[in-house]
Unconditional design. Structure first.
Length: 362
């Protein structure tokens, strides 16, 4: 999974290197690199996969599982907020955009409508955050009725072609397909055809994509492509081996920080005329440094536990005040018990419910 995260973030970096370099997109290579912003959709699929896997594996093994919504929410906040707030502070001081204070506050609260962002890459964080709110319901729907779940995905794809389209509506199928990918692997289905199907879907997605992409759009074909790539990563041994190489695992472990900070490195590299490779190295490099200095220390188990505990208490009190349940009981998250447990394809720290891994260095 860290290897997939590395592919996603390196694709986004490549997109911005080409975009910020104002290069002609007439060449095939530039057109391919410019489509790297679809790495965000890969991140979305990975999020759905990693958040749902632990619960689906328990359902597979025992026939039912509980889901602590308050604990889930506290873990999400602790995982996402500290690096994001550090990035906001760094871009407010060193970034290229001069943003009014009220816009800084709004994006810190994930309010993105009409908000002037310090960093264009921040656009996906509010979408991800809103997906977290829907995830427990999506997971419940998948466990209770896979057919109904897939019907919703198809309906979302259809609505995406109408005037009902919005950024959240267009991105939601990617998250939901991540849950489907986890369900496929939990059941141990033979999914090797996902690799050739990914190649076909990616080719068709590229063929129908305009060379003038804004970098903030999604499409059904790209989302399906990223879903098939995630499925293939676990189903095809040689792909899994390639994605498990130490350097790519390291980049994947730092992918959240690279995503948050790479624009700053690329921007300064462009000013200093370092060229494409220099800009890419600067973008990845600053992300790795920030991961080591800021993100990774905060993700140590003792620090995380100390941050999660009070947030969980606050969320439990909020649920109690509203009268809403703070967890989903096993009676609702129940499915047919399987004769074999979920296959172990990756180390447990990678399969933990994190959209961006805090894995130890290889």
């Amino acid at each position: 999974m860290d290897g997939l995260r590395a592919i996603a973030v390196l694709a986004v970096v490549a997109h911005h290197v080409v975009k910020y370099g104002h290069a002609s997109v007439a060449s095939l290579m530039d057109r391919v690199l410019l489509q790297g912003h679809h790495g965000v959709e890969l991140f979305f699929v990975i999020s759905g996969f990693c958040l749902s896997w632990p619960v689906l594996a328990r359902v597979q093994a025992a026939g039912a599982a509980s889901f602590d919504i308050a604990a889930y929410g506290a873990k999400r906040l602790v995982r996402i907020l500290p690096p994001f707030y550090i990035a906001i502070a760094v871009f407010a001081v060193l970034g290229f955009e001069r943003v009014p204070l009220h816009d800084v506050v709004l994006q810190a609260l994930f309010v993105d409508k009409g908000t002037h962002l310090l960093n264009p890459s921040f656009w996906s964080l509010p979408v991800e955050f809103r997906w977290y709110l829907l995830f427990p319901l999506a997971l419940l729907l998948w466990v209770r009725s896979a057919r109904a779940f897939l019907s919703v995905v198809v309906l979302l794809f259809v609505l995406g072609q109408t005037r009902a389209m919005s950024t959240d509506l267009a991105a939601l199928p990617a998250f939901m397909l991540g849950i489907v990918a986890a369900g496929i692997h939990v059941r141990g289905w033979k999914a090797w055809p996902a690799l050739p199907l990914f190649a076909v879907a990616a080719f068709l997605a590229f063929a129908q994509t305009s060379s003038s992409d804004s970098g903030q759009d999604t499409s059904a074909l790209w989302e399906v492509s990223m879903f098939l790539l995630v499925v293939a990563a676990g189903a095809v041994p040689f792909v899994r081996s390639l994605l498990s190489a130490a350097p790519i695992v390291l980049v994947g472990a730092a992918s959240y920080s690279i995503y948050l900070f790479h624009d700053l490195g690329i921007g300064y590299a462009e000013q200093w005329h370092w060229g494409r490779w220099g800009a890419a190295a600067a973008g990845v490099g600053i992300g790795l440094v920030m991961w080591m200095l800021a993100e990774r220390p905060l993700m140590q188990s003792r620090v995380r536990a100390a941050l999660i505990a009070p947030l969980k208490t606050v969320l439990q009190r909020c649920f109690k005040f509203t009268g809403l349940p703070a967890s989903i009981p096993p009676s609702l998250l129940a499915g047919a018990r399987q004769s074999k447990p979920a296959p172990v394809l990756w180390p447990q720290h990678v399969l933990s419910p994190e959209p961006f891994s805090s894995a130890p260095l290889p």
